[in-house]
Design a protein around this ligand. Sequence first.
Ligand code: HEC
Length: 150
Amino acid sequence: MKTVSLLLSIMLLSVAATSYAAEGDGMQHMHHHGMMDNRISLDLSPEMKQHQLSNMRSHVQAVQSIVGLLSAGDFDKASQVAHTQLGLTDEMRKMCGSFKNEKFNQLGLAFHQSGDELGNVLQSKDMKKSLQALHDTMTYCVECHATFRQ
Ligand code: HEC
């Protein structure tokens, strides 16, 4: 009986040692490849997470629509998509003011203002200016994603 429990202890110890070593390797791996996520967490509830992600999927869809409409020369429709989907609508103003992180709220508002600005520039039907404005709006996507996570 004693031998059995001794054997068991040795087995358990070696399992523990192996997983410890594996974890160590993993951390080092992440460190070397710069995979540590240092972004600020928004600490959202599960419901808010789903709501935010669904909003985000609409944002990427809006950008896809705008690029397609631009290539077809339909500036009016592109402008409409920019104002309604990326602009500072009442819904977006409410949503972006509701986070605990003030910097995030400000970035969200500035982003949606740039969406309205994009809508205005699209009205000029100037392709070069329109692409520049779309680029400016997308700079907010990139900046926010680099800074924050759910
Ligand atoms: C003010 C901040 C902010 C701005 C601006 C922003 N996002 Fe996001 N987005 C987030 C956060 C936070 C997440 C969650 C990321 C995480 O937790 O890793 C996210 C996630 C996403 C996702 C993932 C959706 C999913 O279902 O997994 C997509 C796609 C996305 N954003 C697209 C966009 C696009 C396109 C724009 C610009 C047109 C944009 N976002 C602008 C904050 C922002």
